[in-house]
Structures are given as C-alpha cells and as structure tokens.
Design a protein around this ligand. Structure first.
Ligand SMILES: NC(=O)c1ccc[n+]([C@@H]2O[C@H](COP(=O)([O-])OP(=O)(O)OC[C@H]3O[C@@H](n4cnc5c(N)ncnc54)[C@H](OP(=O)(O)O)[C@@H]3O)[C@@H](O)[C@H]2O)c1
Length: 335
C-alpha cells in the first residue's frame, strides 16, 4: 500500500471537523431541491437540514408510507426552524425504469425549475445478493446506481437547464453519490465492461463497480452540461451509521463500528457538494470527501480510474463516455 493510499484512506475515515453545516448555509427560500432516498439515513438528515432553510424539497422514496412518516418527523420536530421549507413526497424506485419515468414526469408537472438534485438513493452491498436483477433485468447495483440514476437525471435536464440559465453560474448542481469502495473494491480501471451487464459473484465488487460508474457518470455529465452552467460533483459521503450497512455480518460490524459516524455528518458532505461556493464551473466534476472538502485528482491513489475516465483524445480510455452510452443502450427499449 502506497503512502498516498494510506493518506487518502485516513483523510476519509477520520475527517476533520465539518465547517459547512446548518449554521453556515444561507436561506434557500425559492429554491427547489430533489433528494433521492430521503426517507432514511444520510438523505433523511439532509432533508432535515434543508427543511430549515426555507427550500422546497422533494423527498423521493420507494415507499409512500415511509416518506410520509419521515416528513412528519421533520415537520413536527421542535423547536421548529425560523424559516421552514416545504417537504413533498415523490415516488421513485430505482429498481424499475417505469417508476423512474413516472417520478420525473410527476416532478415536471409540478415544477419548471430544479436547483439541486442530490442522487443519494442507493442500496448497500449486503442487501443485494449477487445475481439479483432490477425489474428490467439489469444487474441490480449497476441497474440502480448507474442506469436508473442516470436516466432520472437525464429526464430532469430541462428543469436543470432552465434553472442554470437564470441563476448564478455553478449554483445549479447534480450531486452523485459514490463510496470509498469505488476506489477500495473496484477492478482495474474501475469498471469491467465485460461483466457489467451480469455482474459477478462478488457482492462488494458489484457495489464498487456501480459506485466507480457513478463517479464516471458525474464526470461525463460535467463534460456534457458544464457549458449549460450545470455543475456535477460526486461525493463519498463518509462512513456513516445508516442503512447501507444493513445485512452486514455481525463480526464485520463489530470490527468497523468504531469507524462509523452519525449519519448527520454524511449530510454535511452532501450539503457542501450541493451548496458550497467553493465549487464552481471551474472545478466541475470534483470529487467531494467527508465532511465537505474537494479532493484533488493528484491525491487520488487510483490513477487507473482517473485515466480510464479521461476522453480518448486526452490519452484516457474514454470510459466515462463509454459507460454513459452503455447506460443509454440499456434503457433505450424502455423509453
Ligand atoms: N452509510 C455509509 O457509510 C455510506 C458510505 C458510502 C456511500 N454511501 C451511499 O450513500 C447513500 C445513502 O446511504 P445510507 O447509508 O444513508 O442508506 P440508507 O439509510 O439505506 O438510505 C438509502 C435510501 O435510499 C433508498 N433506496 C435504496 N434503494 C433504492 C431504490 N432501488 N430505489 C429508490 N430508493 C432506494 C432507501 O429507501 P428504502 O427506505 O425504501 O430502503 C433509503 O431512502 C447510498 O447511495 C450509499 O451507497 C453510504
């Protein structure tokens, strides 16, 4: 293990104190946000913080009951915030592209603008058995985290573009959620196209590939739509006590629990990714690490992934564009 790998791991496992929290964010009144998977874990904590800023927040969930209960918990919490926002339920199941299309259409019927989309929803490695498929038969991890998430984001492009055209450049954003495992558990170059459709027998690897893929899609989005004024960033939220660890063997939990932080800290990473003025069109495609810092590419130990993501004309493998096209191919027949 290189010094760079150790320093990188230490920095993300034991981050310094957050400096961009609910205390620092200005009012978000008049702004419209979507947080996918907002009914629990990190997404819930982010909804809670943003509710206090006066924003209109669409909390997506695949369960109306869980979303309504989560919204009630936030709205009824006391003391109430001085500038409460609006929290709305939007049904979205990333396991089913029909649900993805319905969710984007339902949002589009209500809003013509979208200021920030947090693509947070995701399922941990131990909740999905290798071989599991989405409704349309895609390998579950790549199906949810790459194919469905990209489709949802693409279907919201009109609202993002309309907003970016009117607002401060760089303030309209898409935040993608990766994981430390994208670097820690993925194969050479992050993604192996040969096993992308079916996955492998290794659940951690399937998860890691889907999260490396998320990183690539973030970079490709920045490449394609940065010119429209939309910023695209990817985050490792950190290692948090949240649902991602459901199904993890007890012995593993015993060993890793000292490394886990309260879920609220993961929301700080997201808050920074979505709202900090440190991020602009100049650093579009940035990788955000806990609890809200930009990790420069020079500090990334996985040079193979960085190279894979680069376009062919820049000496890379063109994987970001290739994965994007691959995702489009997969969903094409369902549109
Ligand atoms: N916790 C960590 O340490 C950690 C580390 C790195 C990355 N992450 C990433 O951070 C994100 C949030 O994780 P978390 O730990 O907060 O997990 P969590 O508590 O399980 O929350 C995940 C949210 O996503 C939703 N979701 C899961 N699968 C979905 C699907 N197929 N379609 C729509 N919604 C779906 C869940 O809905 P239900 O309530 O219906 O299940 C829930 O609302 C995930 O993308 C995860 O991979 C987490």
């Amino acid at each position: 293990m290189s010094f760079l790998s150790i320093r990188n791991a230490y920095s993300q496992l034991f981050p310094p104190k957050p400096f961009f929290t609910e205390k620092e964010i200005p009012t978000q009144q008049g702004r419209i946000f979507i947080i996918t998977g907002g009914n629990s874990g990190i997404g819930f904590e982010l909804c809670k913080i943003l509710y206090g800023t006066g924003a209109t927040i669409y909390m997506t969930s695949r369960s109306k009951g869980r979303a309504i209960a989560a919204i009630k918990t936030i709205v009824e919490a006391r003391p109430a915030p001085k500038t409460p926002g609006q929290l709305k339920f939007l049904e979205l199941d990333l396991n089913d592209l029909e649900s993805v299309k319905r969710a984007a259409a339902t949002f589009g019927q209500q809003e013509s603008r979208l200021h920030v989309l947090w693509n947070n929803a995701g399922t941990g490695a131990n909740m999905v058995d290798p071989g599991s498929k989405t409704a349309q038969g895609f390998e579950a991890m790549v199906g949810m985290h790459c194919i469905a998430t990209l489709l949802f984001t693409k279907l919201l492009l009109a609202q993002l573009q309309a907003t970016a055209g009117l607002e401060t450049p760089g303030s309209t954003r898409v935040v993608w959620t990766s994981s430390f495992l994208a670097e820690g558990g993925s194969p050479p170059n992050g993604v192996d196209f040969k096993s992308l459709a079916e996955g492998t027998k290794d659940r951690i690897r399937n998860y890691a590939v889907s999260k490396a893929g998320t990183w690539m899609l973030c970079r490709e989005w920045a490449q394609r739509y940065g010119g429209d004024g939309i910023v695209s960033v990817v985050q490792n939220p950190g290692n948090l006590k949240a649902g991602s660890y459901a199904g993890t063997p007890a012995i593993t939990m015993f060993l890793i629990s000292p490394l886990l932080h309260e879920a609220r800290f993961g929301a700080y990473t997201g808050l920074y990714a979505g709202l900090s003025s440190d991020i602009s069109l100049e650093n579009n495609g940035a990788y955000i690490i806990p609890w809200g810092r930009i990790r420069e590419d020079k500090d990334c130990p996985r040079k193979d992934i960085l190279k894979a993501m680069l376009p062919l004309e820049e000496g890379g493998l063109g994987y970001s564009a290739k994965l994007w096209q691959w995702c489009e191919e997969q969903w094409k027949q369902y549109l």
